[in-house]
Design a protein around this ligand. Structure first.
Ligand SMILES: *Cc1c(COP(=O)(O)O)cnc(C)c1O
Length: 423
């Protein structure tokens, strides 16, 4: 408690060092960590990095979109890019960064690595799935160390390609492969920081707080769970999904059964196989690797995997879930604007739907995570609210820039060939 009380008054960067230092030691000294953190967040458009906005008594919005690509992924990836650069420099050899994205991770990873020496970046995204703006944020970056690949498949296909590439011995030998997906542990811990930041400001020391997290890959919400495990007083973590709701159903019923991925208004959450769930399941199943393997195998089949009753009860002690379809998402965007004067992007709105639904019934404050700047989704924002969000400087003239990307078949051979050719 004393430790938490001391954290309450720290700036974001000071807090980040305090939360992360034990996880990065001895590879990074506290001084090195502080320098990397400082640099990572200096370019954010808010001096608070992740400002907490009060919407109502006991209801808060945590703005996570003040980084260079206007979505929460910048918070971890600005840091991670610099960490990679630091180690590449120390070792004196280049690193290859490989990641799959449904939209926002790619641009954030590129923005985090583009000016870093000793790093090459390969980013895979599902061809034609991200919004035009999300795509342009990846493809209009003119940096020789950045390669953007449009895969003929879904996000789940991209993620599977990346996972297999990491197991490819030839790739492993020829290039130092490093992950930027939310399967990267450093990313998770960098994200836990803002849970502490917001939770302590919203009064977690007096009464445990709740977080509502618009979810796809279970990365962001898992960082909240880690914060809880590290001692932040958290009551519930609420996973809010769009109509791609296998995660919500799993939390509500214990049945893991991925359906087909359907495009929605919140494309960064169009995911049915949440890669970080594996991490949490491992814990839930008592660190039993064999049980985890069996669960994931069953969970990928039509019949699905049923979590044992005891584990389900444990999961529901920490997590709740809600889903919002496109119609509900738009209605929420409209209501948020007319009632509270808040312009929400469609991902944030999925969370706000759950937050407004639950906040009367949950003990303690509710903090809803704002994952992207509404300016990233101007068409949906306009359709739902008739408003136009001011265009941030990083998006000005983006539509006039030249795009650079390669279309790639959904095949391990094709990916391996491309990487080896460009390393
Ligand atoms: C990545 C992303 C999400 C989903 O987060 P996960 O960590 O994959 O659960 C939600 N909203 C936006 C805007 C995102 O970029």
């Amino acid at each position: 408690m004393d430790e938490l009380r001391a954290m309450q008054t720290l700036s974001y960067s000071e807090l980040a060092v305090r939360v992360m230092k034990d996880f990065v030691a001895p590879d990074l000294s506290p001084g090195e960590l502080a320098a990397l953190v400082q640099e990572s967040y200096a370019g954010f458009s808010s001096p608070e990095v992740t400002p907490l906005r009060k919407l109502d008594e006991g209801l808060f919005l945590l703005e996570l979109f003040h980084g260079p690509t206007l979505a929460f992924k910048d918070i971890a990836l600005q840091f991670l890019g610099r960490v990679f650069g630091h180690f590449a420099h120390k070792r004196g050899s280049a690193l290859t960064v490989l990641g799959a994205t449904s939209g926002d991770t790619g641009s954030a990873a590129i923005a985090g690595c583009r000016r870093v020496k000793g790093i090459r970046v390969f980013i895979l995204y599902p061809h034609k799935r991200p919004s035009e703006l999300q795509r342009r944020q990846m493809t209009c970056i003119d940096a020789p160390n950045v390669h953007v690949l449009a895969v003929q498949g879904t996000f789940d296909d991209c993620q599977a390609l990346v996972k297999r590439a990491f197991q490819d011995p030839e790739l492993k030998k020829k290039c130092e492969l490093t992950a930027v997906n939310s399967i990267n542990w450093a990313r998770i811990i960098a994200q836990s920081v803002y849970y502490f930041y917001a939770g302590l400001r919203a009064g977690a020391l007096e009464k445990p707080v709740n977080f509502v997290v618009p979810s796809g890959n279970f990365g962001n919400i898992y960082a909240g769970y880690v914060a809880k495990r590290l001692g932040l007083p958290v009551n519930k973590l609420v996973a809010a999904t769009n109509r791609n709701d296998s995660l919500a159903k799993f939390i509500q019923t214990g049945l893991l059964q991925p359906g087909p991925v359907v495009p929605s208004l919140s494309p960064s959450m169009d995911i049915q196989i949440a890669s970080n769930l594996e991490r949490y399941l491992f814990e839930l199943l008592g660190h039993d690797g064999e049980a985890l393997k069996a669960a994931l195998q069953e969970g990928s089949k039509v019949k699905g995997y049923k979590l044992p009753a005891e584990a389900l009860q444990k999961m529901q002690g920490d997590f709740l879930a809600e889903r919002a379809d496109d119609r509900t998402t738009k209605d929420t965007m409209r209501d948020m604007w007319t009632i509270l004067n808040v312009l929400a992007d469609p991902h944030t709105a999925v969370g706000l739907y759950a937050a407004t639904k639950l906040y009367g019934s949950l003990p303690g404050s509710v903090i809803s995570l704002a994952c992207a700047d509404p300016a990233k989704f101007p068409d949906t924002v306009k359709a739902a609210t008739r408003q136009t969000s001011p265009v941030p400087p990083s998006l000005v003239n983006l539509e006039k820039k030249r795009e650079r990307f390669t279309i790639l078949p959904n095949s391990d051979q094709a990916l391996r060939g491309f990487i080896l050719n460009h390393t």
